[in-house]
Design a protein around this ligand. Structure first.
Ligand code: F6P
Length: 370
């Protein structure tokens, strides 16, 4: 593709935050400035493009090297984010009632009003779908994938996942100490939406005894059997890691109340549901810990800092080369670009027959089957 003339680009972060977003922002700003481009940071995902005065004067703002000098090691995103700002299905209040309207034309008009020649959109599958539709309306967008869930099939890894797994592993280590002291069964519920990657990797790294993931619906009896056998062989404690999206073989995923307008359905309660079902079958005491948003914060691991930096610099290259409507992705050892629509096509799910699950089974981890 032909090189294009660029003077000013925008960058925004959308969807749930994750460690490594600031590494991307820093890399984009440093590389763009080295090329002589201006960078405008867009506040709270598309909110800053739906309304140019959104949160002014701290809203949309120019970003230079000084603004990103100390952000590499920080979790969160200095630009703010939102997972309820889809301009194609934007929720507004009218006469006290909520209604959904399409404000995408306003986003396109404001993109031009800011004098942007291109936009870097950092986000998960939802943000990439929005980016694809905005690209269809003529905006020159390059996508950068992120999510702690590791559920985007188009890239080997997303940044954020490695840090989240480390956080969950640290939690297991701590739970093990107190489980041993009290002869208890500890359930740790982790995030991941419909993918079991965080649960599986943390269970492996933390030496858990049971791991329950969405891809392998579980039965109670094998879990009870694992805990009983451990107790009878002189280990009167067990660690269970359960993904928030896990479900019993004869039941559904558990969700929090009715779905809010413009929001994803919220998974909630998998760990407590398992605890209530398990306790009557156990002589040991049981406790449940829901790790929740602790997995989303914190300083990124070196892996996530490096991947975020590589994605950020690659996004600037993609803009310079005119690869609009594309997303950067890791195909180890390279960073490639692929059309954003392809990027949204495949979810990455744990393969129940894959080597990772097999390795876990080989070291005795029970998946609630058998
Ligand atoms: O997609 C990232 C994620 O953290 C999921 O693992 C989780 O289900 C969801 O976001 C939580 O979203 P929220 O921050 O809206 O509660």
């Amino acid at each position: 593709m032909a090189a294009v003339s660029i003077r000013r680009i925008g960058i925004m972060t959308g969807g749930g935050d994750c460690p490594g977003l600031n590494a991307v922002i820093r890399a984009v700003v440093l590389k763009a400035h080295a090329r002589g481009w201006e960078v405008i940071g867009i506040e709270d995902a598309t909110n800053g493009l739906i309304d140019l005065d959104y949160k002014a004067p701290r809203g949309n703002r120019p970003l230079g090297p000084d603004d990103v000098d100390d952000i590499l090691t920080r979790g969160g995103t200095i630009l703010g984010t939102s997972n309820r700002s889809d301009p194609f299905e934007y929720v507004v209040k009218k006469d006290g009632e909520q209604e959904v309207i399409d404000v995408s034309d306003r986003v396109v008009a404001n993109y031009h009003a800011l004098g942007l020649d291109a936009l870097v959109s950092v986000g998960g599958d939802g943000s990439m779908r929005i980016a694809h539709r905005l690209a269809d309306k003529g905006m020159r967008i390059v996508g950068v994938p992120k999510t702690i869930d590791q559920d985007l099939g188009a890239t080997d890894y997303t940044f954020g996942f490695n840090t989240a797994v480390q956080t969950a592993t640290d939690a297991i280590d701590r739970l093990r100490d107190t489980a041993i002291s009290h002869d208890r069964v500890m359930i740790l519920e982790v995030m991941g939406r419909n993918a079991g990657w965080i649960a599986l990797c943390a269970a492996l790294a933390g030496g858990a005894h049971v791991c329950l993931i969405p891809e392998i619906p579980y039965r109670l009896e094998p879990v009870v059997g694992t805990i009983r056998r451990r107790r009878e062989s002189g280990h009167p404690f067990s660690i269970i890691v359960i993904a928030e999206g896990a479900r019993p073989a004869d039941g559904q995923q558990s969700f929090e109340g009715p779905r809010k307008l413009g929001a994803m359905p919220k998974l909630f309660g998998a760990g407590y549901r398992l605890g209530e079902a398990l306790q009557p079958h156990l002589v040991l005491d049981l406790r449940v810990t829901v790790l929740g948003h602790i997995q989303r914060g914190g300083s990124p691991t070196q892996f996530d800092r490096i991947l975020g930096t590589r994605f950020g610099t690659a996004a600037v290259d993609a803009i310079a080369e005119g690869k609009f409507g594309h997303m950067v992705a890791l195909r180890t050892p390279d960073i490639i670009t692929i059309p954003i629509e392809q990027a949204c096509a495949n979810e990455r799910r744990v393969d129940p027959t894959g080597q990772l699950v097999q390795a876990a089974r080989d070291v005795g981890i029970c998946f609630g089957q058998g």
